[in-house]
Design a binder for this molecule. Structure first.
Ligand SMILES: Cc1cc2nc3c(=O)[nH]c(=O)nc-3n(C[C@H](O)[C@H](O)[C@H](O)COP(=O)(O)OP(=O)(O)OC[C@H]3O[C@@H](n4cnc5c(N)ncnc54)[C@H](O)[C@@H]3O)c2cc1C
Length: 405
C-alpha cells in the first residue's frame, strides 16, 4: 500500500480539496472516500433547480474524466468507519484499510432530526441528499399542501420552489421571524412579505405540539392550537455533525464540530478537517462555524495549503447566497450588526442593506444587486466609514465609494 492523501467525505469540500491538491503540486496518490453512491455533487441546487427542473439541474462537481485525468481514486458508496492516528490508517466499512500520509475529514453535516416528525414516515422529509430531493419532488404535485417546519434558508427556498410547483405552503417556526439566525430583520421581513404575496402562510412563535398521520395525510397541532393538514412535510431546523469518527480518533471536538486552526489542522498531527463539520479557531481566537458552499471551498484550499506546507491567503469576508421567488439574495459579513441602512427602496429590488457597528460597515446584503457585492465586501473588509447619506444614495456607484473610502 502506497501512502498518500486520504480524504473522507466526497462532497463539496472533499472533492475540491482533491482537485486543489493536484493544482498545488501534490504528485502522490489521492483517495476520495464517500458513503453516498454518487460522484461528488453540489447541494445548493437541491432546494432549487433539482425540484423545479430536475432534468436540467447541474449537480456534479466534476466529470468522471476529470477525476481520472487528475488520478484521483474514488471509493464511493462506502463509509469510513475508523481512523487509527497512531498507525495512520483509515478502515472502511468493506474491511479495506487505507494508509495515509495526510488525512482530510470533509464529512459534512446531517439535518438535525425531530423524531416526532420522522414518525410520520414517508410523508415527512429532511433535505440533504439527491435522494431526499427526489422523494420531495415525487410528492410535490400541483394542488397539494406542504407543511415546512423551519423558516431558515432551506425552509424559505423550499417555500419558493414548492409554490412555483403549484403547492399551497404553510411554514412553521418557533422563532419570531424568518431567517432569524442569518439575516437582519429588514431582509427577513422583505422575504416574508414576498412569500406571503405568493400565499405562503407563516406561523411564527409557535412550535409543533403533536404530529399525526392518516393515510397519505399528515396533520400538525401547533403549540398555539392551530391545526395544519398537509400531503407532505419537510423540516429544516439546522444541522448537526456526527463526531463518532473524530472522537474515536482522539480529535478535539466542540458540540460535535471538529476543531481546527486557520490551516484546518485538527488536534492530531497530519489530520485536517474542512467544511460543515468544522469549528475553526484562529490564532487570535476568532471562531468560525460556517455552513456554506463558499466556506467548504475555502477551507478545502486552506487544508491543502496546510498539508503541502504552503502559505495561506487570508480568509475573505464570509459570503453566502440564497435564491427565492425570483430574488438572488447575497449576504456578506456580520448579519448581527446593530444598525442597518438601506440603499434603495425596501421591497423594490434591486436594493442593498448595509450593517454598521459604531459607524463602521461590517455587513451587507444585496437583493438582485450581485454586482454591488464585490465593492460591499471591500468596504466590509476595511470596516470603512462612509457618510450615511452618501452610502444610501443609489445614484453614487458603490465601486466609487469603495475606491474612495
Ligand atoms: C438543500 C441545500 C441547499 C443549500 N443551498 C446553499 C446555498 O444556496 N448557498 C450556500 O452557500 N450554501 C448552501 N448549502 C450549503 C452547502 O451545500 C454546504 O455548506 C456544503 O455542501 C458543505 O460541504 P461539505 O463538503 O462540508 O459537506 P457535504 O457536501 O455534505 O459533503 C460531505 C460528504 O461526506 C460524506 N460522509 C460523511 N461521513 C462519512 C464517512 N464516515 N465516510 C464516508 N463519507 C462520509 C457525506 O455523506 C457527504 O457526502 C445548501 C445545503 C443544502 C443541503
Amino acid at each position: 500500500m502506497t501512502a498518500g492523501v486520504v480524504i473522507i467525505g466526497a462532497g463539496q469540500a472533499g472533492a475540491n480539496a482533491a482537485m486543489a491538491l493536484r493544482r498545488q503540486g501534490h504528485a502522490g496518490p489521492i483517495v476520495l472516500v464517500g458513503d453516498e453512491a454518487h460522484a461528488p455533487y453540489e447541494r445548493p441546487p437541491l432546494s432549487k433547480e433539482a425540484l423545479l427542473q430536475p432534468d436540467q439541474a447541474k449537480l456534479a462537481l466534476y466529470t468522471p474524466e476529470q477525476f481520472a485525468e487528475q488520478r484521483i481514486a474514488l471509493k464511493l458508496g462506502v463509509r469510513a468507519t475508523a481512523i487509527d492516528s497512531q498507525a495512520s490508517t483509515v478502515t472502511l466499512a468493506n474491511g479495506e484499510v487505507l494508509v495515509y500520509d495526510k488525512l482530510l475529514l470533509a464529512i459534512g453535516a446531517q439535518p438535525r432530526r425531530l423524531p416526532m416528525l420522522d414518525a410520520l414516515g414517508d410523508r415527512a422529509h429532511a433535505l440533504r441528499t439527491v435522494e431526499d430531493a427526489q422523494r420531495i419532488k415525487a410528492q410535490a404535485q400541483v394542488g397539494k399542501r406542504a407543511i415546512l417546519v423551519g423558516a431558515g434558508v432551506i425552509g424559505l427556498e423550499l417555500a419558493s420552489s414548492l409554490t412555483d410547483l403549484g403547492l399551497q405552503v404553510d411554514v412553521v417556526d418557533p422563532a419570531r421571524r424568518a431567517m432569524l439566525r442569518n439575516a437582519p430583520e429588514l431582509i427577513g421581513r422583505f422575504l416574508q412579505d414576498t412569500h406571503e404575496a405568493r400565499d405562503v402562510r407563516f406561523h411564527f412563535g409557535t412550535g409543533v405540539r403533536a404530529a399525526e398521520r392518516s393515510g397519505d395525510q399528515v396533520s400538525l397541532t401547533l403549540e398555539n392550537g392551530t391545526q395544519l393538514q398537509g400531503d407532505l412535510l419537510v423540516y429544516g431546523i439546522g444541522v448537526s455533525v456526527d463526531d463518532t469518527l473524530a472522537k474515536a480518533a482522539g480529535l478535539r471536538t466542540e458540540q460535535g464540530a471538529i476543531v481546527v486552526d486557520e490551516h484546518c489542522r485538527t488536534s492530531q498531527p497530519h489530520i485536517y478537517a474542512a467544511g460543515d463539520a468544522v469549528l475553526q479557531i484562529d490564532a487570535d481566537g476568532q471562531r468560525r462555524r460556517i455552513e456554506s458552499w463558499e466556506n467548504a471551498n475555502l477551507q478545502a484550499t486552506a487544508a491543502v495549503c496546510g498539508m503541502l506546507g504552503q502559505s495561506l491567503l487570508a480568509y475573505p469576508v464570509p459570503w453566502f447566497w440564497t435564491d427565492q421567488c425570483g430574488y438572488n439574495v447575497q449576504f456578506a459579513g456580520d448579519m448581527a450588526a446593530p444598525q442597518w441602512l438601506l440603499r434603495g427602496e425596501p421591497g423594490r429590488a434591486p436594493f442593498v442593506a448595509f450593517g454598521l457597528d459604531d459607524g463602521a460597515i461590517v455587513g451587507a446584503v444585496t437583493v438582485n444587486a450581485g454586482k454591488d457585492m464585490r465593492p460591499a465586501k471591500e468596504l466590509i473588509a476595511r470596516r470603512a466609514r462612509v457618510d450615511q447619506a452618501t452610502l444610501c444614495d443609489p445614484g453614487i456607484a458603490l465601486r466609487q465609494l469603495a475606491k474612495a473610502s
